[in-house]
Design a protein around this ligand. Structure first.
Ligand code: SF4
Ligand code: SF4
Length: 190
């Protein structure tokens, strides 16, 4: 497993568009590593036209641009892409995929990048928290009495208990546990 807990607490470099990229920050193999993974194949077709950024609903309210993420991957700015919160801002609405004439499938590229970031101990704290709740309770959030009452009022059946034995088998065999270990402690960094 790449990365370590000490890596996981490293603060990302703030994004700077006003300073030149240094050779030392460039990993020229990074784009091929991403494009080799399932879902990342479209990356190398990107023309950096910006149609994705123009339609991104997240980018309309905060400083987030899919084209910038793609540009950084193509340039080889591995740490800039994988460390920090920027990668986790995409809402997976697929608007960029619908607009892209090159069929880059940016949402899938983001999934590849998030998986790589998680394996290296850079998962977003909120996701780590959710993953731990799944491990402990079999759900992304705890089932509360309040929710149970609302379900009853709506005429919905009560929660069924998750099969924790089956769940833990999946966690053990899927590599999920190793990813959680690589991100140990990150859930409290928010
Ligand atoms: S992903 Fe598609 S829409 Fe976005 S910059 Fe690249 S080619 Fe253009
Ligand atoms: S999928 Fe993500 S990057 Fe693409 S438009 Fe939606 S929020 Fe923006």
């Amino acid at each position: 497993m790449e990365g370590s807990n000490s890596d996981s607490v490293r603060k990302p470099k703030p994004y700077r568009s006003d300073v030149p990229v240094r050779d030392a920050d460039v990993d020229s193999a990074f784009k091929y590593e991403v494009a080799d993974k399932f879902g990342g194949e479209g990356l190398l077709r990107c023309l950096k036209c910006g149609a994705c950024s123009g339609g991104c609903p997240v980018g309309s309210v905060i400083d987030y641009r899919p084209r910038r993420v793609l540009g950084n991957v193509l340039l080889g700015l591995r740490e800039q892409v994988l460390v920090g919160e920027n990668l986790w801002l995409c809402a997976a609405c697929f608007t960029c995929e619908e607009r892209c004439v090159q069929e880059v499938n940016f949402t899938d590229v983001v999934t590849v990048l998030r998986n790589m970031a998680s394996e290296e101990g850079h998962a977003a704290p909120g996701y780590v928290k959710m993953a731990k709740t799944v491990m402990e309770h079999g759900r992304v959030s705890k089932a509360t009495g309040h929710v149970g009452k609302i379900r009853e009022e709506l005429g919905l059946p009560p929660f069924s208990e998750p099969d924790m034995e089956q769940l833990h088998k999946i966690i053990q065999s899927s590599g999920f546990l190793e990813i959680i270990e690589a991100n140990e402690g990150r859930e409290s960094e928010e």
